[in-house]
Design a protein around this ligand. Structure first.
Ligand SMILES: Nc1c(C(=O)O)ncn1[C@@H]1O[C@H](COP(=O)(O)O)[C@@H](O)[C@H]1O
Length: 163
């Protein structure tokens, strides 16, 4: 991880979300994308959240990955304060198994989009991959790395076929 000039900001509502969001950070690491990780909460640190979202583009951040659980308003509220692409990761909650998180994030009013991923680890990994895809639009090396990632994934699946 690089804390200087991060291109992607991975934020989460609580340190308890790290077990899920670390999968997004690990994907970014795999592709060598400079990123930061922060705990920011729309509910518990509303002023910090508004400042963070308003200032992110000015710091050179190009994509925000925001994960939260339960009443997961963080991705939507961050999206309300920035026109950067915001990728929302629903964290699996104890009581409703993340369906609450998913519905809180996905059902945005038209005009303020959040690109919502699947619940939990798979969603976090795919958020990392989507962030890489977005950056790869203007980065040929990243595009090649993504192509290699896909090719490797394909050959692993083929190699794992049953006889
Ligand atoms: N959904 C939100 C927000 C928010 O959306 O602003 N802030 C914290 N939380 C969520 O509360 C859950 C429990 O947090 P604790 O484990 O700290 O009690 C976490 O999944 C977090 O994302």
């Amino acid at each position: 991880m690089s804390s200087t000039n991060p291109l992607v900001s991975v934020i989460m509502g609580s340190t308890s979300d790290w077990e899920t969001l670390r999968h997004a950070a690990e994907m970014l690491e795999k592709f060598g994308v400079p990123h930061e990780r922060r705990v920011v909460s729309a509910h518990r640190t509303p002023v910090l959240m508004a400042e963070f979202a308003s200032e992110a583009a000015g710091r050179g951040v190009q994509v925000i990955i925001a994960g939260a659980g339960g009443a997961a308003h963080l991705p939507g509220m961050v999206a309300a304060h920035t026109s950067l692409p915001v990728l929302g990761v629903p964290v699996e909650s104890k009581v409703l198994r993340g369906v609450d998180s998913l519905l809180s994030i996905v059902q945005m009013p038209a005009g303020v989009p959040v690109g919502t991923l699947a619940i939990g680890e798979a969603g976090a990994k795919n958020a990392g991959l989507l962030a890489v895809s977005i950056l790869a639009l203007k980065d040929e090396k990243l595009r090649d790395a993504l192509d290699r990632f896909r090719a490797h994934q394909t050959s692993s699946v083929l190699a794992a076929q049953l006889p």
